[in-house]
Each structure stands twice: as C-alpha cells, then as structure tokens.
Design a protein around this ligand. Structure first.
Ligand SMILES: *[C@@H]1O[C@H](CO)[C@@H](O)[C@H](O)[C@H]1NC(C)=O
Ligand SMILES: *[C@@H]1O[C@H](CO)[C@@H](O)[C@H](O)[C@H]1NC(C)=O
Ligand SMILES: *[C@@H]1O[C@H](CO)[C@@H](O)[C@H](O)[C@H]1NC(C)=O
Ligand SMILES: *[C@@H]1O[C@H](CO)[C@@H](O)[C@H](O)[C@H]1NC(C)=O
Ligand SMILES: *[C@@H]1O[C@H](CO)[C@@H](O)[C@H](O)[C@H]1NC(C)=O
Ligand SMILES: *[C@@H]1O[C@H](CO)[C@@H](O)[C@H](O)[C@H]1NC(C)=O
Length: 405
C-alpha cells in the first residue's frame, strides 16, 4: 500500500517550496452564493489600502478582547458603537472585509455580550459554513432576507475566522467549527474555484488569476474532478510533471493554488489557540448539531425543529455543476483519500475536540468517512505516508502572528 502511494506521489517529493513569498492582504471572499447557487467566490482583492508598501504586520502577542480595546484608546462604554476588530489590530493598514462581519443590523449585539461569552465562528471553506454563517447573522453573501436565528448562539457568535482573515479574540469562550467529509470538501473546492474561461477569470478575479491559471488553465486536463485525479495524480496520467506536482501540492494544501484547498482543516485548527474550547457542527448533521451546540452553551433544547429545517436554515442550493463534473471513480477516491490522509487526521482531531458531540456521534462520522476512505479513515497522526506539514510559516503569513501559547 505504502509502496503504491510513493509511486503515485513521487513527482512532488523533491519540491518543498510552498511558493508563498508574496502576500496579498485583504481578500474579498465574495460569497456569491445566494439562495439558488452556492458560489462562494474566494477572491483576493485589494481593498483600497496601500498594499504595495505594506509587508507583514506581525504581532508577537495574543489578542485578548480587553487588549483590543486598549490598543485603540477606546474605553468601551455603553455608548461605544463598535469594538475594535482583532484583524485590524494585527493588519494595521487593512480593514476587515465586509463579508467577514456580522450584518450591520446585528453588530451592536456584541456590546451586550460579555467578553467571556463571545464565540468565534471558524468557517472552513466549502464545508457548508455559509448556511450556518447566514443563520448566525454574518454578512458573507447571504441573501438579504436571511435573518439571524433565535437563541444564544447567533447572539454570542460575534466574529469569524476564514482563510487568511482571523478576526477573532484569542480568548473567545468557544471556537465553532463547521466541518464536512474531507473528500467532499475537496471536491467542492475543486469545482468551485475552477474558472469558466480565461477571460472571465482575468476580469472577475484578477487577484486570483495567477494561482487559478496555474492549476486549471495551464493544466487543461484538469477539467472534471475525475480527470484532475487520473491525469494529475497517477503515474499513468497524461498531465505534465509540473501539473502533476501542482495537483498533489494543491490537494495536500502545501501550496497555494486553490484557496480552499490551501486553507484547510489543519490551517484552521492550528490557527486557533491550542487550548481553544471547540464546538462542532457537522455539515452532514447540520440541524441536530446546531441544536446540540445551542444546548451546550446554555440554550434551550431543539431550538431548530427538524421539520422546519428548510425554512430556518435553508441549505444553500447545491451546485448546479454537472454530475459528470462531480463524479469520482473508486480508484480516484482512493487516491484523494491517500493524499488527504493528514487532513483526515485533522478532521478527526476537530471532531474529537468538540465539546458538544458525544463519543457515538464522533464514531458515527468516522464510520461515514470509512465509507469514502476505508483505507485511511482510521489513520492517526504519524500513520500517514507523509508527515504532518509544518505550517508555522503559513500561519504567520496568513493569520498574522507567530505564536500562540
Ligand atoms: C434550488 O434551486 C432551484 C432552482 O432555482 C429551486 O427550484 C429549488 O427549489 C432550490 N432548492 C432548494 C432546496 O432551495
Ligand atoms: C502602514 O502604512 C504606512 C503609510 O503608508 C506605513 O508607513 C506603515 O509602515 C504601514 N504599516 C504597516 C504595519 O504595514
Ligand atoms: C434585497 O436585495 C434586493 C435585490 O438586490 C433589493 O431589491 C432589496 O431592496 C433588498 N432588500 C433589503 C431589505 O435590503
Ligand atoms: C493518456 O493518453 C493516452 C493516449 O492518448 C490515452 O490512451 C490514455 O487513456 C490517457 N491516459 C489517461 C489517464 O487518460
Ligand atoms: C427540505 O427540502 C428538501 C429539498 O427541497 C426536501 O427534499 C426535504 O424533504 C425538505 N425537508 C422537509 C423536512 O421539508
Ligand atoms: C517549523 O518551521 C519553522 C519555520 O520554518 C521552524 O522554525 C520550526 O522549528 C519548525 N517546527 C518543527 C517542529 O519542525
């Protein structure tokens, strides 16, 4: 098994350069996903700031909720209208993108939430977090008719962490993750970031142009999910060696081509404090898990009645991508599982760290994963064919500071 793996993966093993010497801050992840289509546009865009002169603004200390206030010399009082954004404490020359904030009408709620109760929403891309985020009252690109849901959770969840926007207080009471089977998440990311045409990519997503071009347009056989794996990730595939290396690195999250593949479970897990209190909503069990989180933090039971699920949390409509685009053969699934082995380990870590899920629920999700990745679902840290990547530089460049401990 291991031998087979090395054969398949050999093209990338020599290349450790993660290609991350250049950073564009201020991503605007346009969640173009409204009720009818889930098109979460992950686009890096300048935000009118002086990107040319700004380099890394690395803070070497933690951002506590109380420090944030001191930083700006703002004494919070009942008349204060805003609490300084943790993101802006670190990236002094940038503003927190609008999508990352609560909708305007819900921002003041934070003033009434004691610091010790604030929750950070950890939105791992393509895991189903948009639906949850809309119900929590975040802007994202939620339909303007979506409303904050009842209960404690949407009130207390005041800030979010998504890709390279970490706008959370490190002393948040809880960090709420939304997770999904890692292979499904990967597939969704692949199709979501695939450009329709070069012209459109250039025009609509100029700041993503280079990265996406490198993965998709320069490697024309990477059109459907199945071809991406068969041509790019097998020994017999017809993609060039350069393209094969890119495919492997993209899937493993070691190089930034696809934003949602790069900012993966490991990044978001290691991006939160090591002693974070973690809550989890599983995409596959959205309603029961929302309810268990609400109950865990002291709210009423069954706040979201299952029979009302469609109205209360409209799962954003499934992508309209062709079945053929999405289909993955058994062989390709196996190859993805192998390359996502460390992601599987991190996915299970998040599940096991969750305070709201019980042992049976975690086991149930691992059982579901076995159906997709029978060979790797039970691998634990250190078992995988490749070691867990060292992402300390990635965290520094993307979250904005060096250490948490
Ligand atoms: C998904 O979108 C289609 C077409 O817009 C619509 O007919 C359907 O009701 C939607 N389904 C859900 C669950 O929102
Ligand atoms: C922010 O911008 C100012 C003026 O352009 C510059 O002097 C300063 O070094 C920048 N700060 C950071 C942290 O990039
Ligand atoms: C919601 O969006 C629609 C279409 O963009 C717009 O016509 C409408 O005024 C908006 N409603 C609110 C309450 O902002
Ligand atoms: C690669 O190309 C050859 C010749 O065109 C073809 O027979 C083969 O099926 C291709 N391989 C894959 C994995 O598609
Ligand atoms: C919710 O919507 C989906 C898709 O339209 C439908 O299949 C399902 O039966 C609905 N569930 C309920 C409880 O109405
Ligand atoms: C991870 O990488 C950083 C910087 O490249 C290095 O300082 C650190 O020692 C590495 N950590 C481990 C455990 O190898």
């Amino acid at each position: 098994m291991i031998h087979h793996y090395q054969q398949l993966l050999s093209p990338t093993n020599h290349d450790n350069n993660n290609g991350w010497n250049h950073r564009l801050k201020n991503p605007v992840f346009a969640f173009a996903a409204i009720v009818t289509t889930v098109i979460v546009v992950c686009s890096l865009a300048y935000n009118g700031m002086d990107v040319g002169t700004s380099t890394f603004a690395i803070a070497s200390r933690l951002r506590q909720s109380s420090e944030a206030a001191e930083d700006c010399n703002t004494k919070l009082s009942p008349t204060s209208t805003t609490i300084p954004s943790p993101y802006e404490q670190i990236w002094k020359n940038f503003t927190t993108p609008n999508w990352a904030k609560k909708k305007q009408q819900y921002r003041d709620i934070e003033l009434d939430i004691p610091e010790a109760e604030r929750i950070c929403f950890v939105h791992v891309g393509k895991a189903g977090g948009s639906s949850v985020g809309c119900s929590l009252g975040f802007s994202l690109h939620c339909d303007n008719t979506t409303q904050i849901y009842d209960g404690l959770l949407p009130q207390r969840t005041t800030r979010l962490f998504h890709t390279n926007v970490y706008d959370c207080f490190d002393d948040s009471a809880y960090f709420l993750f939304v997770v999904r089977n890692p292979v499904e998440r990967l597939r969704s990311a692949f199709l979501y970031e695939r450009p329709n045409s070069e012209a459109e990519l250039k025009k609509e997503y100029p700041d993503y142009y280079e990265r996406r071009k490198n993965l998709y347009l320069d490697c024309p056989s990477f059109n459907t999910m199945e071809n991406f794996v068969q041509e790019g990730m097998t020994k017999h595939g017809n993609a060039s060696d350069v393209c094969k290396t890119r495919a492997m690195e993209a899937v493993r999250g070691t190089r930034h081509f696809s934003c949602h593949m790069y900012f993966n479970y490991q990044f978001h897990l290691e991006g939160v404090p090591s002693d974070a209190n973690i809550l989890v909503i599983r995409n596959e069990h959205l309603i029961p898990d929302w309810n268990s989180v609400e109950h865990y933090i002291g709210g009423v039971k069954e706040i979201m009645p299952p029979e009302k699920a469609n109205e209360t949390m409209p799962v954003m409509n499934k992508s309209t991508k062709d079945q053929k685009d999405k289909w993955i053969s058994e062989d390709s699934t196996k190859i993805l599982c192998m390359n996502l082995c460390n992601e599987i380990v991190n996915y299970k870590k998040i599940l096991r760290l969750s305070l709201n899920l019980n042992y049976m629920e975690v086991e149930h999700s691992i059982e579901e994963l076995r159906a997709t990745c029978p060979m790797y679902a039970d691998f634990e840290e250190g078992d995988c064919p490749l070691p867990m990547p060292n992402i300390s530089d990635k965290l520094k460049a993307s979250r904005g500071y060096e250490h948490l401990s």
